[in-house]
Design a protein around this ligand. Sequence first.
Ligand code: GRF
Length: 214
Amino acid sequence: MEVEPIRIVAFASGNGSNVRAIYDNIQRGSLSADLVGVISNNSGCGALQFARENSIPALHISLRQFSTAAAYEERLLNVLHERAPDLIVLAGYMKMMPESIVRAFKNRMLNIHPALLPSFGGRGLYGHLVHEAVLDYGCKVSGVTVHLVDAEYDTGPPVLQRCVPVLDDDTPETLASRVLQEEHKIYSDAIQLFAEKRVQISGRSVRICAGSKK
Ligand code: GRF
C-alpha cells in the first residue's frame, strides 16, 4: 500500500544520531516521511550540521536571541506554520517546548526518552544520568519510550515502548549505546505509524490499529 509521506520537523540539541537515523530510513524507503526542517537551540550541534550537509532547512532558534519569551514563541510558531509539519519530533532536544507550541501541535508532537517511562524520567534525568540511575537501581531491563509531548517533562502518554536488556558488566556508556541502537529503530517505527494513520489517541490511551496486509 502506498503511504503518503508525512511532513516532519525535528528539534535536536546534540549529536543528532536520531535525526540521522530518521533521515537514513527515509532515504532507504522504509519510512514514509519528508524531513522538512531541523531546529536547534544549539548553533554548533551535530544535528544542524547534518541537516545543512543534506540540504534540509536548518534553523538555529534560541530563547537567548529574543528579548522576550513571547517573541521567541512567536518566531517558533511562525517557522512551524511555514514548514507545516504533520508531526514534530523531539530528538535529544534539551529545552522545554513552550506550552503555546505544545498546544498548537497537541497529539502531533513526539519525544524519545532512553528509558521505560514513567521510571527514570522527568526534570534532571537526561543523557547519561538516565543510564547511571538505571544501573544504580540494579535494573535488569531498560528500554526506550516514544511518547506524545505535553507541558511537563516526559509525562505524555507512550506511543511505543521497547525493552533493552541490562547486562551484568554494563557501564552507563555500554548501556547508552545499546539503548541508542533501539532508539534509531523505534523512532522511525513510531513516525511510520502516524504516516499510516494507525495511531488512535483518546486522552492517555494511545492505540495502534492493525495495518492493512501487503
Ligand atoms: C538520545 O538518547 C535521546 O533519547 C535523548 O538524547 C539522546 C540524543 O541523542 N533524549 P542524539 O543527539 O540523537 O544522538
